[in-house]
Design a protein around this ligand. Sequence first.
Ligand code: SPV
Ligand code: MG
Length: 289
Amino acid sequence: LSRLQEILLRAAGDDRALRVVGAHDGLTAILAERAGFDAIWAGGLGISLAHGVPDAGILTMTERLADAVRMKRACELPIIADVDSGFGDVNIVRRMATLYAEAGIDGVCIEDKRGPKRNSFWPSNCLEDPHVFAHRVSVIKETPKTSLFVIARIEALIAGESMGDALDRAALYVEAGADALAIHSKHETVAEIDKFCSGLQETDCDSPIFVIPTTYPSADVHQLHRLGASGVIYANQGMRAIVSAVEHTFEEIMLHGSSLPLESSIASVDRLFDLSGAHSLLPVTATGQ
Ligand code: SPV
Ligand code: MG
């Protein structure tokens, strides 16, 4: 069993959903682990923003992999790498699977879109032909020596297609070997997710389902689990918090000409030492050996 399969089974045994959180570097991976999350979402939006570029396929596959590996090194949590639509055609998808597996990434989440990469909440998302996408999934699963956990991410509802189309896609992707499905929705309520999960249950498909409650935050992890989600991905809340906190801090320093008003609300330097593991540094001699 892969690590993600193991923790999914354990969570199912405990009658709960996995809690997965978006991180984009070593520090946010450490914070995710300390907060008690089950796994890390190495998301394209967060990683792109950390590089100061839009989530639009600007970074290369190897840049995205390097950042996922940086997170893996910083913590013990399994890493689920968001690989957009696979970074290119099926041959590139195959190489992606090899590289990610060799680097020790636990799982990849690949989405059924085509055309220029755009974040799902940005207009103009174009769907991939479901059979072409299913083939990509099977190619990842068949890559020699890889044990990547593959989440097939369905964008049909985001793109305005019918629930029937989303469910047909789900069946195809599971048949192609997907270990789990992710269903994305931009609705402000959980109704669409509810319908998808019950529709899938009616087809006797027992694939784990991941959901991404960005636009429906009022649905908590327990409710999502009751509806049928095996995992909940909080993809961008960490990055959004960072933006608010750092923006506020920088503005306050500019306004007051000092950090004094902020001192009680920002982390101490000692906390930074603690988070980075500085307290476990080995002693060195006076000559630095
Ligand atoms: C990401 O975090 O890059 C994602 C999730 O793909 S979302 O932004 O919700 O599409
Ligand atoms: Mg993404």
